[in-house]
Write a protein that binds this ligand. Sequence first.
Ligand SMILES: [Mn+2]
Length: 319
Amino acid sequence: MREKVLNILKNKRTWLSAVCGSLLFATFYLASGSNKLSSTQMTSAPNTEDIHVVFNVDDNYAKFLSVTMISILQNTDEHLHFHILTDGLSETSLNKLNELKKIKPFELDIIKIDDKRIAQIPDYFRDTINSVATYRLLASSLLPNLDKVIYLDVDLVLLGDIKEYWQIDVNDYYLAAAVDPLNEKEGMLKNLPLPDKALYFNSGVMILNLKKWRQDDVEKKFFENTAKYAGVLLLPDQDLLNLTLLPQVKYLDKRYNFMIESEDLEKEHEFLTIHWAGFFKPWEKKDGIMAEYFWGYAEYSPFYPEIAQMYYSATPHHY
Ligand SMILES: [Mn+2]
């Protein structure tokens, strides 16, 4: 039965990458033909440049990180440099992540946040958002040599080329991100003092302009805003990013961060990323919405046995 499911997945993927491929070509063709500026930008960004991607995970999430990394590596010809902000990864996890280099070579930096660094963070910040998920808010100081980086959650997979994210110009912005479906849910954001007309963005997929973060000392503003808004933060780190960085945010089309709760599953072939942003995670339910994309990549992971084990022990299964 599993074989059968996997075959279906593989066929679906082949079909999908054909569609994505022609879309990519069409986009490139249009951009280079009709707009002199973007064609110049493309030639000035050589293919030899590394694409930098940052994640934050603890050891428990390394298995899901592996699936996201596989989805990136399988869909690009670019050379990747991954930076992992963490409170610590086991040697086993690290070895498994390094095994992914068989799929495609890449650079891997593990940035362990040590006690000394944590001691520099104001107490109220640590107390309000005490999790590894916050480490991305410290990206501009933890990655001092990078001016630009793509941040990704690990509850998502890419279906398209990561290059499309890297080519987004964020020079005049703090970051680029897609609008969050929470904007459509009445009352959800009513306590957040967002700037006028600014739409709340989702922080699962972001292209960060770290140079500008450093210029304007954004980290200090995160700390100040935690103290100021602690009482109204619901999704603390995402709320803080919104409160601090809007309106200087470039909005991305939802194809860059398709959150399965939003709608329009019919158009799935257009999406570069599928993001299980809500409560449902694909590792919990194999027949959940679009979960087949997660499992299609997970089968290539050295963590596959434990991902599957986790699923089988949590869920009564049917085959
Ligand atoms: Mn997420």
